[in-house]
Each structure stands twice: as C-alpha cells, then as structure tokens.
Design a protein around this ligand. Structure first.
Ligand code: GLA
Length: 381
C-alpha cells in the first residue's frame, strides 16, 4: 500500500513535467496547489503551433511561465514567477497577475461617484504617503478565478472569469470580469478583457507580468532598449498619484519615442525619477482615435535578440522598471530576482482617474460592457 502510494506520488510529480515537455499545440491542465479552503488551483499549459508555451494559473489569473525563442531559436522563460503555488504569498509583488478592480493607485483610498464617497484600503505607502494600490488587500491577483481551456481556429488559450461582490474591497457593484489569454500562431500573447456591473463602479484591469528578455532571473533589465509611443506622461506627487498635468516628454529622460536603454537615464537627476525610484509612471499613448488598437511600446534585448511589441486599446501604459524589487525574492529555478530584474508594461487607464475629472473616465455603468485588448507580440531581430 505504502509502495503504491509512493509510486502514485512519483507519477503525480511527473505529470506537470510531462505536460510541460509536450510541444503539441493545445491546452493541458494539471493541479498547481490548493487554496487554504482546499479549492483546487489549476495550471493551464498552452502551446502554440511554433512551440511557444505559457503556463497560467487560475489563482490571480497569473502567468507563471512564458517560453519564447531567442534569435537562435532557444526557448527561455521570460517572465518572473514561482515554480510552486506556495511562492505566490500575499506579499508577492503582483508577479504575473491580473490586477483590479482598479489597477494602479487611487489617492488617499477615496473617491466620490454619483454623490457618494467610497473608502478603500490604503495598502501602499510610496515615499510614506498612504494610497490605494491594485484593488486593495485582496484584489483580483489574490482570488481564485473560474477557468477553462479555449480553442478557436487553431489558436489556444485560457478563459478566466471572476465576479467581485458589491462592496468587495470597498467598491460598489457586483462586477463580472472575463479575461482571455490567447497564444496565437503569430507568437502573440493576446489578452482581451470584458466586464459588466450592476452598479456604477470604477474599473481598470491590467496585466502585471514582469518581463526579462534575457530570461527570468538572469540579470537586470537595464540593458533592454525601450520605445514608448507617447509624447506625454502623467507626472506624480510623492504618493505616485498624478498631479493632473499631462506633461510633454520632450527634452526629458521620459522621452522614449526613439529607443533608449533603460539604464541610460533611469538614475538621471530628474525630480520624477527620484519620486518613482526610477521609471514607474503612466505614459499617455499617442492615438489617432481613442480606443483604437495601436502600438504602445517595443522592448528589445540585443544579446538574445528578443523583442516584445505591445499593442493596446487602452489610453495609457505604466512602464515600471522593477524598482521595488529588492533582491530578496527567490523565484523559479532558485534564481534570485534582482533590483530592476524585471519590467512591467501595464496597459491601462490613467492612475487615480476616479478623482481626476480631466482624465478619460474609468466608470463602468450597468448595461454597458467594458472591453479592452492588449497584445504582446514576441519576435527576434
Ligand atoms: C505597479 C506600481 C509600482 C509597484 C508595482 C508593484 O507597477 O506602479 O509602483 O507598486 O506595481 O510592486
């Protein structure tokens, strides 16, 4: 009996490896862990026709692994994360997760909507200023989503959905959010978001994957070259809350309209870089029409030749250079994630929009459907 159970557990330990080593296009499902209340947490492995592979868990809609080729065709995992479910503790800095109900910051954890003031958790204190961040204490990144494999026209992915209750984390309205992750045969991670509500509520969902094109846990991102299709950004105060100004990037270290290495100017003598501890700002994307799917960013790493192009329907992008990573996180394969060892490209509406009447609105009302698309296209040059 004991031998049998040993054999069984040895076999079960192999299951994730078996699915990870299969390169047939499609989706396989395995168990990743258990929630404290014993609900099963799944891992979905999606493979495209070119052998790109992505592991997604329904805990936090987290992208756990993403293997893309370098210019010699060698696959590496380029996203920060943990091998074990137990790595994703509540203080994990949103590695790979969908953040919401309101991704990014809300000043003083307060907003007024239709004459009523709502109070939210102040779960973040940049430069000592308490603010609301990424949906509060238990945001979309820390809950179990419903998930299922999806396939359409030879493209495979995962559909995840979550209903946040009226009053959850202080926000009004029962909100149902659906996220699709597709790994297309053009080597894109295509993400579509949809949401509905039964009461007016702010909503701003985004994806908080940390990329390192040299491979997760291989050095810093300071040598990555970044292009941002934005001639303006939203400067912040000490609490990293936008001042309301839409400032030109021209003549500042925030001008990425032509490619620049991240490390070239990140420590420049600029007040905004001091406040952010480096790049941690919202760029206002140059769009011909609001809501059009247009290019937002390009990131390139010269040694591996890997490149990501980002396209989005969102008006802004938070380019975060991993300034709060402090070298204490031990991630996948025992690798330590260094200070600035990963970068996020969070396509979004602007931070603190519920308190900033001049910013594009983030209020979702009953009867309306929120829709948003972001594409991360992987290639080499
Ligand atoms: C976002 C914020 C950063 C930081 C990270 C999480 O990217 O803009 O300031 O809080 O999330 O660590």
């Amino acid at each position: 009996m004991k031998r049998l159970s040993l054999l069984l557990s040895a076999f079960l330990a192999l299951v994730p490896m078996l699915s990870a080593s299969s390169s047939k296009p499609g989706v396989t499902v395995s168990e990743f862990g258990r929630m404290p209340d014993q609900r099963v947490v799944q891992l979905y492995t999606v493979t495209n026709a070119n052998g790109l592979k992505m592991d997604v868990t329904n805990y936090g809609a987290i992208i756990v692994r993403l293997y893309v080729p370098d210019r010699d065709g060698k696959l590496d995992d380029i996203v920060l994360g943990f091998d074990e479910f137990s790595g994703y503790t509540p203080d994990s800095p949103y590695l790979g997760a969908v953040v919401g109900r309101y991704g990014n910051r809300i000043a003083d954890g307060k907003f007024t909507l239709d004459g009523k003031t709502y109070t939210l958790a102040k779960n973040n204190t940049p430069n000592g200023v308490p603010v609301h961040l990424h949906g509060g204490e238990v945001g979309f990144d820390k809950v179990l989503w419903n998930a299922e494999p999806v396939s359409k026209d030879g493209i495979h992915g995962v559909k995840l959905s979550y209903t946040a209750k009226d009053g959850e984390e202080g926000y009004p309205g029962n909100v149902t959010v659906t996220v699709h992750y597709w790994l297309t045969n053009e080597n894109e991670l295509k993400i579509t978001y949809a949401a509905t509500t039964d009461k007016a509520t702010p909503l701003n969902v985004t994806q908080h994957t940390y990329f390192n094109l040299s491979g997760a846990g291989v050095g810093t991102i300071l040598d990555h070259e970044v292009t941002l299709d934005a001639s303006h950004f939203t400067p912040t105060d000490k609490g990293l809350i936008p001042t309301g100004e839409i400032a030109p990037v021209e003549g500042t270290p925030f001008d990425f309209r032509k490619p620049h290495k991240i490390g070239a100017r990140i420590d420049a003598d600029h007040e905004q870089l001091k406040l952010g501890g480096g790049y941690d700002h919202n760029w206002v994307l140059d769009k011909k029409k609001p809501g059009e799917l247009s290019r937002a960013a390009v990131v390139y790493e010269a040694k591996t030749g890997r490149q990501i192009e980002v396209f989005t329907t969102e008006p802004g992008i938070q380019f975060y250079a991993g300034n709060f990573l402090d070298g204490t996180i031990k991630g996948k394969q025992g690798r330590t994630y260094l200070y600035r060892g990963g970068l996020c490209l969070e396509t979004q509406h602007f931070p603190d929009s519920p308190n900033q009447p001049n910013f594009p609105s983030t209020i979702l009302r009953p009867g309306k459907t929120y829709e948003s698309t972001t594409i991360y296209r992987f290639s080499t040059r």
